[in-house]
Design a protein around this ligand. Sequence first.
Ligand SMILES: CC(C)(COP(=O)(O)OP(=O)(O)OC[C@H]1O[C@@H](n2cnc3c(N)ncnc32)[C@H](O)[C@@H]1OP(=O)(O)O)[C@@H](O)C(=O)NCCC(=O)NCCS
Length: 436
Amino acid sequence: MSSIDARQVPVDTTSAERLAAKGLGYRSVDAQGDAFGDYYRAVSRGFLGPEPEDKEIAAARDKKIERPERLIGVYDEAEPDGFPVGTVGSWVTPMTVPGGTVDLWAISDVTVAGTHRRRGIARAMLEGELRSAAAAGVPIAGLTVTEGTIYGRYGFGPAVQTAEVTVDAVRAGWRSYEPSAAVRYVPREALVEAFAEVAEASHRDGGTPAWTGRRQQFAGVHPSVTSGEKVRGVVARDADGNAVGAMSFRLVEEGDYTKHELKIVHLEAATADAYAALWRFAISHDLVAKVTAELQPVDGALPWLVADPKAVAQKAGDHVWLRILDVPRALEARTYAGEGASHAMNAAGVLRVHDPLGFTDGTWRVEIEAGTARVFPSEMDPDVEIGIAELSAAYLGGVPLRTLADAGRVSGSDSALERIDAALRPARAPHHGFIF
Ligand SMILES: CC(C)(COP(=O)(O)OP(=O)(O)OC[C@H]1O[C@@H](n2cnc3c(N)ncnc32)[C@H](O)[C@@H]1OP(=O)(O)O)[C@@H](O)C(=O)NCCC(=O)NCCS
């Protein structure tokens, strides 16, 4: 957990004033208070969900307290029913980056009522979140998004991709080594514990910790999950009996009893061996013709484990969007590869960063020595011109600057782009395995 409690960060006065001028109140909501029920009903309605039952509201309250989360509601003062017309929640959490972790201002619950849309409520809430995060000294904000067109305007860029994987289990076969981890069924409650046990070691760059309710959802024992009894689970243990992987799944009959689909709900593997053991269990399951899994690493070893790589279809897409708020602190929080690591003092480059909201706008000289960056404001001519959304997208090395330059979204000489890409490149693709 981070040392910063987002609940202690004051509500942004600029957004409060801007919304007040439109007759809208902008205030914090206490997760333990009476207003929380309507806050959560508004969130559920905003995400097109059903009217939540009391037990679901209680579970949501527990989640907010556990994270611990700052909640903000926007209220139409002309409608005194106490029901918010805008919602947003945020908490500070460690995010894994190369060489360590960085504090992330994680944002969730962004909804605006259908009756109040396109009046600037979301903009006020988002900008308010970014100003609050910056004021609290948190160098990066991030979220998972419903639509790819909403957040670029605030400086967020897609930094972590995931893959939707579909395996033709009849065709796939197995051509790799025999995994040594033992895979065993466990009751769903035990699965919740196993996911917690395995999680930390399985974090990749871009990963953040889940919370109890999310693990209960993975295991099918959370009040928000329908037909949770259909969720099954297995745990992979190493020779010493330690849990090294866990997987929950549903078996769905597709009209032919011999051709079930095994839908992986969540798969967490702390070792390559556990990953192989769990996938082998899934694709060699009797009466299963197809295995599907969402939110998988884009560089997973699966196609290299099976006999027929054409049996594995992978569809990659954006998942976690990041927004750097402090260039020196964000870049200095991670380590770097490439030539910079072996040279005494190797300037990776001078970046001219464009930030329409002003947080990071300026020219920054990045020096990398022995894999560590130092970043200073600079008057030098830039090697690279880049928007803050693009820098945020490239921060974990999930997309090369070269690709962004090819798309006309970054400019710079080939040698500068190559040098910076070599430094940013991670050993493995960043990954984040759930929605938040
Ligand atoms: C997305 C949502 C929060 C936007 O709320 P809103 O108050 O209508 O947005 P605003 O009026 O503040 O619009 C701000 C800007 O975003 C744009 N925008 C808003 N919703 C958009 C959408 N769905 N797609 C693309 N652009 C959008 C607006 O055109 C406006 O652009 P501009 O300021 O650059 O001119 C709202 O439509 C909603 O609740 N959607 C359903 C839930 C959801 O998907 N939430 C996002 C969770 S990640």
